[in-house]
Ligand binder design. Structure first.
Ligand SMILES: Nc1nc2c(ncn2[C@@H]2O[C@H](COP(=O)(O)OP(=O)(O)OP(=O)(O)O)[C@@H](O)[C@H]2O)c(=O)[nH]1
Ligand SMILES: [Mg+2]
Length: 341
């Protein structure tokens, strides 16, 4: 990390690391470029930021200009409680899982390299949704230049592997090494098992290093007598340390576990807001992460509300019934919050 970075630059970089929204990220990248001190020691960083600006701007436009991609954007704007990328080697069943879990019409083919575009769909869990993004495969013989760009908005990854595929260990190795070259790592650390606010995060020094919390999804369990044993063998062979679920997109086995698993391990906290004198809106929770506060809810309701908020009353696990709390009060799943501006 170059020395002598200005406070303005540092603030822009910190904000960039925090947000997963592609448009905000682009704005913040431009801000970083504007505020980065222009001298020899930051030449690398300047070049890096410039190429990120160019990449992201192009991806957001999609192919308004590139005929190759039709008119689809290559970066999917996050929606729902979290954005989860479906990644992995070719033909492992990413699109089949996407179709089953979200009801999408993701294109499935009995051959590798079927998926060409990102495809978004929503996986419901109780009263929230996770946005699953189906992606093209990651493989050395068929590089997809924009794929790493579209991972930048994800909160986590489902790493789909085909347990029945003999070359699975090599494929897994190739996926990791390709991504490593682009500064993306799959980590077994999930927010709920780490300090508050952990999650998809940038590395300590490198603002463009991305560590995605990863759940391995061992698919095609229906093709094996003992899929758990196969999974263990794969783990031993590759040293894979991600948590894993054994599933089958064909029979549906294990698919019901994915939503609850994500909910628990992302540390999702649902909050229901109410206005004084009225019942809480029990239909549409605001979703936060463990460790987030009353101030964060106010910001979600309205940007200005965070500033004008005087206090809140809460009902639920994080305090006693009707307790009056301030901005910094941390909320618990299921809390009802009445905001007083
Ligand atoms: N037996 C079995 N076959 C499956 C399962 N899931 C997917 N398949 C088959 O595997 C093949 C590939 O499925 P896709 O969903 O297209 O795989 P993909 O990972 O999206 O493939 P790419 O987009 O090329 O990376 C298809 O023939 C599917 O029918 C499963 O759980 N069991
Ligand atoms: Mg596919």
């Amino acid at each position: 990390m170059p020395a002598n970075l200005s406070p303005e630059y540092k603030a822009a970089e910190a904000a960039f690391r925090k947000t997963r929204d592609p448009r905000e990220r682009l704005e913040l990248l431009r801000e970083m470029l504007r505020t980065v001190p222009k001298h020899k020691g930051t030449e690398h960083l300047q070049a890096d930021i410039k190429s990120r600006v160019k990449e992201l701007a192009e991806e957001l436009e999609g192919a308004r200009k590139g005929a190759a991609h039709g008119s689809r954007p290559l970066v999917i704007r996050p929606e729902g409680a979290a954005q989860i990328a479906l990644v992995g080697p070719p033909n492992a069943g990413k699109s089949s899982l996407h179709a089953r879990l979200t009801g999408s019409a993701a294109h499935v083919g009995p051959y590798p390299f079927t998926t060409q575009h990102p495809e978004a769909g929503m996986l419901p869990h109780e009263d929230v949704h996770f946005q699953l993004v189906d992606l093209p495969p990651i493989a050395p013989e068929h590089p997809v230049p924009w794929l790493v760009g579209s991972l930048q908005t994800a909160d986590a990854a489902l790493l789909v592997v085909d347990l029945a595929e003999p070359s699975c260990p090599e494929q897994l190795e190739a996926v990791q090494s390709l991504l490593k070259g682009r500064r993306v790592t799959f980590t077994e650390r999930w927010p709920a098992s780490a300090e508050p606010h952990a999650g998809a995060e940038s590395g300590d020094d490198d603002p463009f290093a991305l560590r995605l919390p990863t759940l391995m999804v061992a698919n095609k369990a229906d093709e094996m007598a003992e899929p758990e044993a196969e999974l263990e063998a794969l783990r031993e062979l590759t040293g894979a340390r991600w948590p894993a679920l054994v599933v089958s997109a064909t029979t549906g086995r294990g698919l019901g576990e994915i939503g609850p698993w994500l909910f628990r391990n992302l540390g999702i906290v649902r909050v229901y807001t109410k206005t004084p004198g009225h019942a809480a809106d029990r239909h549409r929770p605001f979703t936060l992460r463990r460790g987030q506060t009353v101030g964060d809810v106010a910001r979600l309701v309205h940007r200005d509300l965070a500033r004008s908020l005087r206090y809140a009353r809460i009902w639920g696990q994080s305090g006693f019934e009707g307790q009056q709390v301030g901005h910094e009060h941390r909320l618990a799943d299921g809390d009802i919050v009445e905001l007083h501006a």
